[in-house]
Design a protein around this ligand. Structure first.
Ligand code: PLP
Length: 452
């Protein structure tokens, strides 16, 4: 007989999880076993705070995973999802459609940099990256330049976890277990210059000329073999690397000169993180494609989008009308519920001025962040928009331990931070108020000054 639902004494009815409750879920990227010994479960969230299974409030210093830009459980988004789920739950987007996916695409290109006039939908940042890389290769093919097969990424780059993304990505641990990856990929050096740019606010002075390494790669392989360059304008998951002054502009110049497409992976910088809708606008550098996800639906429903120029889009529209132009798409591309969530998210951003709010708060944020400079073991602090990073001196022989200890202590104190290696990364919801900033850095100071 099928069990009745809800199961009596299910984990959601109890305060504490037992080891048996936690047995089956192989968690993403997580220190599974550590977590299962000391579970940290959220059971609710509102605006800037999570509620834990034992009833505590935790200030969200990371917008979940860089995604809940409008804060948690926002009424407009919740209601849009509820309504859409009862009205049209699913509609294929292959030779069929529904109005909201089209309305959303128009709304998205309205806030995108000029000329990025078309949108393809995906379900995640990783899928957006795969989609953009495939478009780049196919674009050159349809233009008669099929010899352009190479993709150029960057050391320490993070572009999700699928094969294209880890191939152009540059985080060794994410790559080394998975064989040969894509062939024909090369990497530019990263822009982090320890000792030269420490404790910089905003864009570092030194390192803009590292972009000319792309010229070296072009000379090595010849431009006629290179399809695209992909970079995160601000690299987040590798520990927050802010582009040095002039760096992105120089990459753009080199790509244009050699007919190479420039892709900005804006999965974390998109939707207001820096104080403009996209980093492309913030840095005034226009790429040929932008990959997004996360903040598109406020993290509430999986959805991603790839923005492309008309030139790229139109290159695919030259054959007979009944023919498929681009052999790519997902069952859930433009899903009605995701589209409704994204439209309500855009409404919320607009009504509350959230796409530019980071610009208003960034000085206050930077002052509070950099005030931790005097704490023991802090070797660097960097920031831009509503992003911050605090780099800690690794304990000899025990890398990552210091930051992970900070993470555990912060959670105990009611603060969510994120760590990569020995770097603490911060990216709160854009609805954050000054008193939350004070609370966040007050808690961090209590932790860091105790010489963890
Ligand atoms: N690209 C960048 C720049 C990211 O930061 C991330 C995730 O953090 C991704 C891609 C992958 O996104 P997802 O986890 O939604 O696949």
């Amino acid at each position: 007989m099928a069990p009745e639902w809800p199961l009596e004494n299910s984990m959601s009815d109890r305060l504490n999880a037992t080891p048996n409750d936690l047995r089956a879920f192989w968690m993403p990227f997580t220190a599974n076993r550590q977590f299962k010994k000391e579970p940290r479960l959220f059971v609710g969230a509102k605006d800037m705070y999570y509620t834990t299974h034992d009833g505590r409030q935790v200030l969200d210093g990371t917008a979940g995973l860089w995604c809940v830009n409008a804060g948690h459980c926002r009424p407009k988004i919740t209601e849009a999802i509820r309504q859409q789920a009862g009205e049209l739950d699913y509609a294929p987007a292959f030779q069929l459609g529904h109005p909201k996916a089209f309305e959303l695409a128009n709304r998205l290109v309205d806030i995108a940099p000029e000329g990025l006039d078309h949108v393809l939908y995906t379900n995640s940042g990783s899928e957006s990256v795969e989609t953009a890389l495939k478009i780049a290769l196919a674009y050159h093919r349809v233009k008669g330049n099929g010899s352009r097969f190479r993709l150029i990424g960057r050391e320490r780059g993070y572009h999700g976890v699928n094969f294209g993304g880890i191939s152009v990505g540059g985080i060794v641990s994410n790559r080394k277990m998975f064989g040969t990856l894509l062939t024909g990929v090369d990497h530019m050096p990263h822009t982090h210059l320890p000792g030269k740019n420490n404790f910089t606010r905003g864009e570092p002075e030194h390192g803009g000329d590292i972009a000319s390494e792309l010229e070296r790669i072009v000379t090595l392989h010849d431009a006629s073999t290179i399809a695209a360059v992909i970079v995160e304008p601000v690299a987040g998951s590798t520990g927050v690397l802010i582009p040095p002054k002039g760096y992105l502009q120089k990459l753009r110049e080199i790509c244009t000169k050699h007919g190479i497409l420039l892709i900005f992976d804006e999965v974390i910088t998109g939707f207001g993180r820096l104080g403009a809708p996209f980093a492309a606008q913030y840095y005034d550098v226009k790429p040929d494609m932008i990959t997004t996800a996360k903040g598109l639906t406020n993290g509430v429903i999986p959805m991603g989008a790839v923005f492309v120029t008309s030139e790229i889009h139109d290159a695919f529209m030259q054959g007979p009308e009944h023919m498929i132009e681009f052999f790519h798409g997902y069952t859930y591309s433009g899903n009605p519920i995701a589209s409704a969530a994204a439209l309500a998210t855009l409404d919320t951003y607009k009504e509350e001025g959230l796409l530019t709010r980071a610009a208003e708060l960034s000085d206050y944020w930077a002052d509070a962040l950099h005030s931790l400079k005097d704490c023991p073991n802090v070797i660097d602090i960097r920031n831009t928009g509503l992003i911050g990073a605090i780099e800690l001196d690794p304990i000899a022989g025990e890398p990552t331990k210091r930051a992970f200890t900070a993470f555990l202590k912060a959670y105990e104190k009611g603060l969510l931070i994120r760590t990569t290696g020995d770097i603490i990364a911060l990216s709160p919801p854009l609805i954050i108020e000054k008193h939350h900033i004070d609370e966040l850095f007050g808690k961090l100071r209590e932790i860091l000054q105790n010489n963890i």
